[in-house]
Every structure is written in structure tokens, then in C-alpha cells.
Design a binder for this molecule. Structure first.
Ligand SMILES: Cc1cc2nc3c(=O)[nH]c(=O)nc-3n(C[C@H](O)[C@H](O)[C@H](O)COP(=O)(O)OP(=O)(O)OC[C@H]3O[C@@H](n4cnc5c(N)ncnc54)[C@H](O)[C@@H]3O)c2cc1C
Ligand code: SF4
Ligand code: SF4
Length: 454
């Protein structure tokens, strides 16, 4: 569909410069920001959500200006410095007024970790600071998950949890701007960056955009990941899947060993299947988006506050789950402090180093790993997006090999799913690469640590 509808299509628009190169994360901000409504979000052949040209492009260039992977515009450092210059900056996690670990008692049981993201949105709604929170939750149509404008607490609570399924902001954002609602937005780092870029290109959005609540993000998956999870849980036909809970906490089980639950239609009735989270596909990046291979922001550095899992002791031994918060704006600091004062939130101060330890694997993939991928791209004449980190060869051969193989796994699994439509077969098609990557990683871990030289 792209390019075939008589639109003007400026050279350098998002379809040419980002989507066709496989760098799109499916945030949908370009589609929302397009004044001609010339872009519509839909899955491509690899089951990744991307914008499609539906005609009417006037070549204004706003789509590429807002895109987080577009070549122009301020990067995360510049966007964050515009807002959070009064908070110290820390490598890997960005500006931080404070870091803390904790939970909100009312939201923890249904939250992905400690429920702090939902609690923060609830407080913003209850205080009247915003008219709605744009959050991702289940929807009863073929998309399964979508951004919803939650204007009451029940609607926001129904969105809690982490959904490893792409959701585009375009419809909810456009509707909020048209209604001139003041909104908070919950999103992964690339989505928040796109919103920041868009706010300076689109004055009507700037007037509506309230606090941005970031989620740390190591990777996002195409819809094929949900198909794999459903297949493994024993759902007879992927098309019958209606709901998925990706992270179910279990008594006595560490919070990072999730269970999953899939609701599916059987005739006129519905049934539920349970299973284990497919870590064997998650860790080696099976069905990971192409965009995520080029991402250098784990901690949503442009968000007013970022929430993440506390993957560090003593919190790893707590089955009910604990969130880490990186607080950047004064408004979010005051809101969390008020929650501590009235007892609705429990928080313990955390050093930035402890946050980095908690996210060590993701940060390494997005720093030395990304530098190595950029170096390889430069060497082979392949295009790569503009990044904050410079290309640099990782001379730790085993680590570099493992990183290279998992990038290949992501690409090969997406392509294989496009050809066969069978998620388990696409997973198996990457077996050798996954095994070699795992061996390389474990051998590398046994070697004394050495610095990267480039
Ligand atoms: C794709 C993805 C990758 C992640 N990767 C990491 C990681 O590498 N390391 C880490 O520590 N944490 C990661 N997280 C964040 C983590 O899973 C939790 O969201 C975070 O700990 C907050 O938990 P909570 O209990 O405070 O949130 P909750 O109170 O459960 O609220 C979660 C909020 O996130 C929103 N949400 C859920 N799925 C999506 C989505 N796909 N897109 C946008 N918003 C969504 C929900 O609408 C809800 O508002 C990731 C989250 C996602 C969605
Ligand atoms: S990353 Fe977002 S803004 Fe860029 S092309 Fe994809 S959907 Fe559009
Ligand atoms: S890893 Fe980066 S590009 Fe991928 S979804 Fe997360 S924030 Fe976006």
C-alpha cells in the first residue's frame, strides 16, 4: 500500500527514511501529527505495526520531524536538557531528581511490578491535573491492545500490567487534541521522544500534553510473539485469541518468572489457557522489532518520571513485585512525596548505580552493543539512524558475536513468520543462532571483565 495512492511523498518522509529501512517502532505519532491524515497504522507482513500511505500527503514534512528515528530534530539529551536541566544527569538513566524503589498498595496486585505507574495516573486524574491518561489496555477488536483515553480510575486500572504487544498512539492522541483535553501519556521511550518532538512541531499538542510517564524498555515484540505465546498455551487457533495477560505474579515465585493467561473463543463461548512466559523467545530477541536494534534509550530519558522493574535484590525476592521510579520533574517529585506522606505509596531511596545494576543487560545492549552494530553498519555501507553513541567495535569477540547473533535472530524470526505465519516454526528456524549466542554469552561471562576498545 505504501506509496501507491497518489500522495506527493516528499523524499525523506517517514515511509522512505524510516519505515522502508525497518527502523519504525510503530508509535503512531507521525500518523497522529499528519495534518492531512495521510498515514494509517496497520501491521505489515512481519506482523509489525507501521504507518501506511492512505493518500493526501502534502509533503509538509511533519511526519519525519516528529519521528524518533528521523534524521533531524533534537535527540534525547537535548530534549531532556530543555526540561530537566535542574536535575543531575547520570549515564544510562538520564536526568534524575531522585531514584526510588517501592510500590502502591492499591495497585500492586494487578500492576506489572509495584503498580506505581497506575498509581501516578490515578493521582493525576483524581487531582484534576489531567482530563485523561492515555494508556495501553485490552480492546475487544482485532487489535487486542490499543491506547485508550482513561478519564476515570476504573478505566485506567483496567490498563495496568505490561502488554508485550504494539499499540499505536495515533487515534487516542488525535482525539485528545481535537477535544482539547489535557492528557498524561504512559509510553515506552521512543513514544515519549516522539511526543516531545511533536509538541514543538504541533502547537495544539503542546497545549494538551501533560506529564509523560515513561516505561523503561529493552525491546518490544511484533504481534508474532503473542501468537507464539498462545500456541504454546495450547490455544487451537491464533485467530480465536481475545485477551492475553503477559505477566501473572504467583505466590512464592520470584516476580521475574511470570505466568501467562490467554482468553480465546471456542464457538460462542470463551475459554482460558495458562502457560509459562516464553523466556526462550524473549531473551534471544525472537520477534523483536527492527527499531529496537537501533535504540539508545532504555530509561525513557525524556519522560517526567520513568517506571521500571526492580530486577535487583532485595526486591527480586519479593513475589508481589517492586517498581523503580526515576523522577525528573518537580511536579512528579511532589506527587510521589505526597503519596509517601499519606501512606498510599512506599518508597526507599535508591542510588543511580543500583538502577543501572538492575538494568545492566539492557543498558549494555543499548550502549556497547549498539556501538558495535553501528560500527558493523558503517563497515558494510548499510544505513543506520543517527544515534547519541558513536560507532565503535566491541573487541570482546564473544560478546560481539552473541550480540550479532541475536540481531540476526530478530530479523530471521520476523521474516520466517512473514513466510509461514507459524510462530513456533519461525522460533525453531532460529535454533542454531540462539544456541551459539547462548554459548558465546556464557563463555564471555566466564572470562575476566575487560573494557571495550574501539
Ligand atoms: C514493551 C515493554 C518493554 C519493557 N522493558 C522493560 C525493561 O527492559 N526493563 C524494565 O525494568 N522494565 C521494562 N518495562 C516496564 C515494566 O514492564 C513495567 O511497565 C514497569 O515496571 C511499571 O510497572 P508498574 O507496576 O508500575 O506499572 P502498572 O501500574 O502495571 O502500569 C503499567 C502501565 O503501562 C502501560 N503499558 C503497558 N503496556 C504498554 C505498551 N506496550 N506500551 C505503552 N504502555 C504500556 C499500561 O497501560 C499501564 O498504564 C517494559 C514495558 C514494556 C511495555
Ligand atoms: S517510529 Fe513512530 S513516528 Fe516514526 S515512522 Fe514509525 S510510527 Fe511513525
Ligand atoms: S527498545 Fe527502544 S525502539 Fe524498541 S520499543 Fe523500546 S523504546 Fe522503542
Amino acid at each position: 500500500m505504501n506509496g501507491g495512492t497518489g500522495s506527493k511523498r516528499a523524499v525523506g518522509d517517514v515511509l522512505h527514511a524510516v519505515v522502508e529501512r525497518g527502523w519504525c517502532s510503530g508509535c503512531g505519532v507521525c500518523a497522529a501529527a499528519c495534518p492531512a491524515d495521510a498515514l494509517a497504522m496497520a501491521p505489515d507482513a512481519e506482523a509489525a505495526l507501521v504507518p501506511h500511505d492512505v493518500g493526501g500527503c502534502t509533503a509538509c514534512g511533519r511526519c519525519i520531524a516528529v519521528c524518533p528515528f528521523g534524521p533531524h530534530g533534537p535527540d534525547e539529551d537535548a530534549l531532556a536538557a530543555q526540561r530537566f536541566a535542574d536535575a543531575p544527569r547520570h549515564g544510562g538513566i538520564g536526568h534524575a531528581r531522585a531514584c526510588a524503589a517501592g510500590f502502591a498498595a492499591t495497585e500492586r496486585a494487578h500492576g506489572a511490578s509495584g503498580g506505581l505507574a497506575t498509581w501516578t495516573g490515578v493521582r493525576l486524574l483524581e487531582s484534576g491535573a489531567v482530563d485523561a491518561v492515555l494508556a495501553v489496555g485490552p480492546v475487544a477488536d482485532g487489535r487486542m491492545f490499543a491506547y485508550r483515553a482513561c478519564s476515570d480510575v476504573a478505566a485506567l486500572r483496567a490498563c495496568s500490567g505490561s502488554h508485550y504487544h504494539q499499540a499505536s498512539l495515533d487515534e487516542a492522541l488525535r482525539a485528545a487534541v481535537r477535544a482539547r483535553s489535557r492528557v498524561a501519556v504512559v509510553g515506552v521511550p521512543c513514544t515519549i521522544k516522539a511526543l516531545r518532538r511533536a509538541a514543538s512541531e504541533w502547537p495544539a499538542l503542546a497545549a494538551c500534553l501533560g506529564p509523560c510517564l515513561g516505561l523503561a524498555c529493552g525491546q518490544q515484540k511484533t504481534h508474532a510473539f503473542t501468537a507464539l505465546l498462545a500456541q504454546r498455551a495450547g490455544v487451537p487457533h491464533e485467530a480465536s485469541v481475545r485477551t492475553v495477560r503477559y505477566r501473572i505474579k504467583r505466590d512464592g515465585v520470584p516476580p521475574h518468572r511470570f505466568g501467562v493467561e490467554v482468553g480465546y473463543a471456542t464457538g460462542a463461548a470463551t475459554a482460558t489457557a495458562s502457560g509459562e512466559f516464553p523466556f526462550d523467545a524473549w531473551v534471544p530477541r525472537v520477534f523483536t522489532l527492527g527499531a529496537c536494534e537501533w535504540c539508545d534509550d532504555l530509561a525513557a530519558e525524556t519522560a517526567d518520571v520513568t517506571f521500571m522493574d526492580a530486577w535487583v535484590e532485595p526486591y527480586l525476592s519479593e513475589p508481589r513485585g517492586t517498581s523503580i521510579a526515576i523522577v525528573r520533574s518537580a511536579e512528579m517529585a511532589a506527587l510521589l512525596e505526597a503519596g509517601v506522606a499519606d501512606g498510599s505509596v512506599s518508597l526507599e531511596a535508591l542510588a543511580p548505580d543500583a538502577v543501572r545494576v538492575s538494568q545492566a543487560a539492557g543498558l549494555s545492549y543499548k550502549s556497547t552493543g549498539l556501538a558495535d552494530r553501528l560500527w558493523r553498519a558503517a563497515g558494510s555501507g548499510m544505513a543506520a539512524p543517527r544515534k547519541r553513541i558513536a560507532p565503535g567495535r566491541d573487541r570482546r569477540i564473544l560478546r560481539s558475536l552473541a550480540n550479532r547473533l541475536v540481531s540476526d535472530v530478530a530479523r530471521a524470526s520476523r521474516r520466517s513468520f512473514a513466510l509461514t505465519g507459524d510462530a513456533e516454526a519461525a522460533f525453531r528456524a532460529t535454533t542454531i543462532r540462539r544456541m551459539v549466542a547462548s554459548i558465546a554469552r556464557s563463555l564471555d561471562a566466564r572470562l575476566p571483565s575487560r573494557g571495550r576498545t574501539s
